[in-house]
Design a protein around this ligand. Structure first.
Ligand code: ADP
Ligand code: NI
Length: 219
């Protein structure tokens, strides 16, 4: 199978698998991450097949929706790529990226992190989708899904959470801005990612300012 055909088959598979996923992790999230990945990759010396497959397969089974099982996503991606006879070197690299891409795994200080430029490209693309107008929509969608409050002035955010604290946190959605979304701008790896992140970051700051203004009943 040639590369174009592999990508086409993968898109088909992911669309099917994620058909019933909630708003923040559905096929359209994957589509946005895939597009941003290609945009960022244009300026980078990376293996386009690796970043494409990783972008498409990175959320194939999120641990949050599988009783916290972090192995199931990489495993599913691996067996799917085997079924398409993706070359072993590409397949293994993609699996590594999926194992290491998430924000909460980046909070895990016990493990020596895997690094590659390909991982950094896909991670930037995924992080961009947690920022700006889309990021705000996804945060409130997730908050609703998890039964969180919008905001509670008596519960302060904790921007220095460990992986364990982050996973069991059930604070209001506004706190998530301080615990993750506003930290992303300084965690970008590529120039294109950084540039796009700046705009989205500023948009979130403006949004918060307006949110508090309305909350406090001022005109
Ligand atoms: P990661 O796997 O990198 O930790 P997630 O899968 O948790 O990222 O995040 C998916 C989406 O849901 C993101 O847009 C993220 O901002 C949002 N999200 C995650 N946790 C929360 C939360 N506690 N409150 C609001 N939104 C959240
Ligand atoms: Ni994602």
């Amino acid at each position: 199978m040639n590369d174009a055909k592999i990508i086409e088959k993968t898109i088909e598979h992911v669309r099917e698998e994620l058909g019933e996923a909630e708003g923040g992790h559905d096929w359209f999230h994957i589509q946005r991450v895939f597009r941003n990945t290609l945009l960022i990759a244009r300026e980078e010396d990376v293996d386009v097949m690796v970043v494409s497959l990783a972008a498409l397969l990175h959320d194939i089974a999120d641990a949050k929706f599988h009783s916290g099982d972090e192995k199931i996503g990489p495993k599913k991606a691996d067996s799917f790529m085997r079924s398409l006879k993706v070359p072993a070197k590409t397949r293994k690299h993609v699996v590594k990226i999926i194992e290491n891409i998430s924000f909460k795994n980046s909070l895990d200080t016990r493990k020596k992190p895997f690094r590659s430029r390909e991982l950094e490209v896909v991670r930037d693309a995924d992080r961009l989708d947690a920022m700006g107008a889309i990021g705000i929509a996804r945060a409130f969608s997730y908050g609703g899904f998890a039964g969180r409050k919008l905001y509670d002035p008596d519960i302060s955010p904790n921007p220095k959470m460990s992986k364990a604290e982050y996973k069991k946190s059930n604070g209001p959605t506004i706190n998530h801005f301080y615990e993750k979304l506003l930290l992303l701008k300084d965690k970008m790896h590529t120039d294109t990612g950084r540039k796009l992140a700046e705009d989205r970051h500023q948009f979130m700051l403006n949004y918060l300012e307006e949110f508090y203004r309305e909350w406090n009943g001022s005109a």
